[in-house]
Design a binder for this molecule. Structure first.
Ligand code: IVH
Length: 683
């Protein structure tokens, strides 16, 4: 940067400082942040870079030099015996390595020298609220939040309700002991809290961290108690009369002995490469944990080295926080729209100002259904928090109410389908889904044909989303039976189609005519009827005509079907329009028969047979087929409900042991044949 840039840099630095202070106020004092932690970190980073590039801008009062936060007036202030410091952040591997090199240099290691070893303790960075617990003569005397690091808030009464935190320490505890750690809410407790909120008509809580912070700042401690908070301890403040400690791990031993919760994932390693590997591991596996973490904290293990390294005004030099990429971001909710799928279900979704979150650009996020939109009370124009965690599809967590512009109206679920037919959307009594009930709704037609041609349905290669959309648009395709009535000469005239692609499509469609009945049943898109139910029906009846002729009671009696599917199947076949589709499929030569001949005697009805090892007369599939076609079940493991275990060559030891334990008859292949033929166990 040149000198001419200084005024610009100064202007930007002032702007950043003001913005950061405002966010601090909202976060620490009002408990109502309007940016995510990651966005806040970015502002701090930008300011720090500016101040480094322009030393003349340095200012002791700059937020980069402060720990951040301020105690609110609602709870009595507590002056910490020693400040609760912040941590410097690392965002990429190079930051960790640069930190380590800085430490080596500070400890007097010149380039080319062998590095000093001090051990790195890697701890999970728990996404919760920092707390300092002061014990005097073995009793909890005071618990305080971090506040601005120097002065926090007295939350002793609330802390006493947390089961993880001891009120009394065992005999021999230090006369004064300050334990520092993180109070957090497990994912399960957070989910229970939101179930409770939904049942009582409250807006859902945003995330476990905010919920923990809110719970700690309740005026009524019994409310805190009901919020199921937990704690992990990770450090000490003032200690009088304690044992001398040489390493950080020894502190954890002491804390464990005194009854404090110490996180089981803490590891000490000797080389920065291992630190890097552990950080990468947790970035991958963060969602395997039953609580939320936002990084890994790396600390020098050797306490004498720590003392040599010292602290700056805001953070220790001997520790660093490796922060994962953010999974939550704020952005603007531009609109709420509704999509209609193959079953006619209308799903509201958020149209967002594009935002990079959880490693991807997000511009749409599901809002599930009408009740969810109402519970979250998100309104077009709101600033919303968007979350994309792990493999989870992006979702709108909720609005940032503090940032809501005035005059935003609540969003109202539309009463008409967004399709050109504009049919009415209906929400049946007692159901959470709203549906378009018009059979010609183009969204439903498109979805149902795509589903018909999908792998689980008639498995027609080349008939995917785009082709279906194109054929519908050109008026060449209107419903599933139309797949077999396509005018291929017309398709050949279309742009993008040559003789080969048309021939391939025709061949794929022809081949699909021979699919077994269960595929056709799945492809027909009958509500509630999935592959398992379809297979059960195909097996029991053997022909589509027999299913069409069966009453609901007969259908419901089929193992694996039940009343919900039966009613839905019956209703589907009661619709004359659907029967007309079946007739067109028949005329086109589509197979309507099941694989198994329906006249196999149902000798195994109600029985369950487990086979282990190889039989001479059957391969795996044939064994299963032999059992299922006779009305039996062929599960993969032995249980109390198993009728018999059939043992072939090379059986699995665990199945045999289990059979013995549960006293279940064991048969050889001959015994199996007998069972198949008669439904009875041999002699
Ligand atoms: S050590 C002097 N260890 O992260 C060292 N902090 O900005 C102070 N945190 O406010 C912190 N897990 O609330 C430490 N294992 C851990 C932690 C941890 C979460 C929080 C803590 C602190 C913030 C750092």
């Amino acid at each position: 940067m040149s000198d001419q840039d200084v005024p610009e840099a100064q202007r930007r630095a002032e702007q950043l400082r003001a913005e950061i202070l405002e966010h601090d106020e909202r976060y620490y004092v009002q408990d109502a942040p309007i940016v995510t932690d990651a966005e806040y970190d970015e502002l701090i980073q930008e300011l720090r870079r500016l101040e480094e590039a322009h030393p003349e801008l340095a200012d002791e009062a700059s937020p980069t030099q402060q720990v951040g936060g301020r105690a609110s007036a609602a709870f009595s202030p507590v002056v910490h015996s020693s400040p609760l410091l912040s941590l410097d952040n690392a965002f990429v591997e190079e930051d960790l390595r640069a930190w380590d090199e800085r430490l080596q240099r500070r400890l007097g290691v010149a380039e080319g020298d062998a590095p000093v070893t001090y051990g790195y303790v890697c701890e999970l960075k728990i996404d919760g609220v920092a707390i300092s617990l002061r014990y005097e003569d073995g009793s909890l005397a005071q618990a305080a939040t971090r506040g601005d690091g120097r002065v926090g808030e007295d939350v002793t009464a609330n802390i006493r309700t947390i089961a993880d935190i001891p009120n009394e320490l065992p005999a021999g505890a230090p006369a004064v002991l300050e334990v520092r750690g993180e109070v957090y809410m497990t994912t399960a407790a957070f989910e229970r809290l939101n179930e409770w909120a939904a049942e009582h008509g409250h807006a859902p809580f945003i995330n476990p961290r905010n919920s923990a912070a809110g719970a700690l700042r309740q005026k009524d401690p019994s409310v805190t108690g009901r919020r199921e908070l937990s704690m992990w301890s990770y450090g000490l403040g003032e200690v009088k009369g304690g044992p001398g400690l040489a390493r950080h791990e020894e502190m954890f031993d002491l804390l464990r002995e005194l009854g404090f919760p110490v996180n089981p994932e803490i590891r000490t390693v000797d080389h920065i490469d291992e630190v890097v590997a552990l950080c990468a591991h947790w970035e991958q596996h963060r969602h395997d944990l039953p609580y939320e973490i936002d990084g890994v904290v790396v600390k020098v293990a050797d306490l004498a080295r720590r003392a040599d390294l010292g602290v700056t005004t805001r953070a220790p030099r001997w520790a660093i926080a490796y922060k994962f990429p953010p999974e939550e971001r704020t952005t603007t909710l531009l609109d709420i729209m509704v999509s209609v799928g193959r079953t006619g279900r209308a799903t509201p979704y958020a149209v967002l100002e594009p935002v990079f979150v959880g490693g991807a650009n997000v511009e749409r996020a599901t809002l599930h259904n009408q009740d969810q939109v109402a519970a979250k009370d998100v309104r077009p124009g709101d600033t919303v928090i968007v979350r994309r965690a792990g493999d989870v599809i992006p979702e709108v967590v909720g609005p940032v109410l503090a940032a809501r512009p005035e005059g935003l109206e609540p969003w109202v679920f539309p009463t008409t389908c967004p399709c050109p037919v504009q049919s009415t959307l209906v929400r049946p009594e007692g159901e959470s889904d709203t549906r378009c009930v018009h059979p010609e709704c183009p969204f439903q037609v498109q979805g149902s044909i795509e589903h018909f041609a999908s792998r689980g349905g008639m498995d027609i290669e080349g008939l995917g989303e785009r082709t279906v959309a194109q054929l519908i648009e050109l008026g060449l395709l209107h419903d599933v039976a139309g797949v077999y009535e396509l005018d291929f000469d017309r398709i050949l005239e279309l742009e993008g189609y040559g003789q080969t692609s048309v021939d391939n499509l025709r061949a794929a469609i022809d081949a699909s005519k021979d699919r077994p009945l269960r595929h056709l049943l799945v492809g027909l898109n009958i509500r509630h009827l999935g592959p398992a139910g379809a297979e059960a029906l195909a097996r029991r009846f053997g022909h589509l005509d027999d299913i069409v002729a069966a009453d609901a009671e007969t259908l419901a009696a089929v193992d694996g079907v039940g009343p919900t599917i039966a009613t839905s199947v019956r209703a589907w076949f009661d619709d004359p329009a659907h029967l007309a589709v079946i007739e067109r499929l028949r005329a086109a030569g589509v197979n309507l028969e099941g694989e198994a001949a329906p006249d196999v005697e149902q000798t195994l009805a109600g029985l369950s047979v487990v086979v282990t090892g190889t039989l001479e007369g059957y391969n795996r599939e044939e064994v299963e087929e032999a059992i299922k076609s006779r009305g039996g079940k062929a599960p993969g493991s032995v249980s109390k409900k198993t009728t018999a275990v059939v043992v072939g060559d090379g059986p699995g030891a665990s199945k045999l042991t289990k059979a013995e334990e549960l006293d279940i008859p064991v048969l050889d292949e001959a015994g199996f044949e007998h069972l198949l033929a008669t439904g009875e166990l041999p002699g």
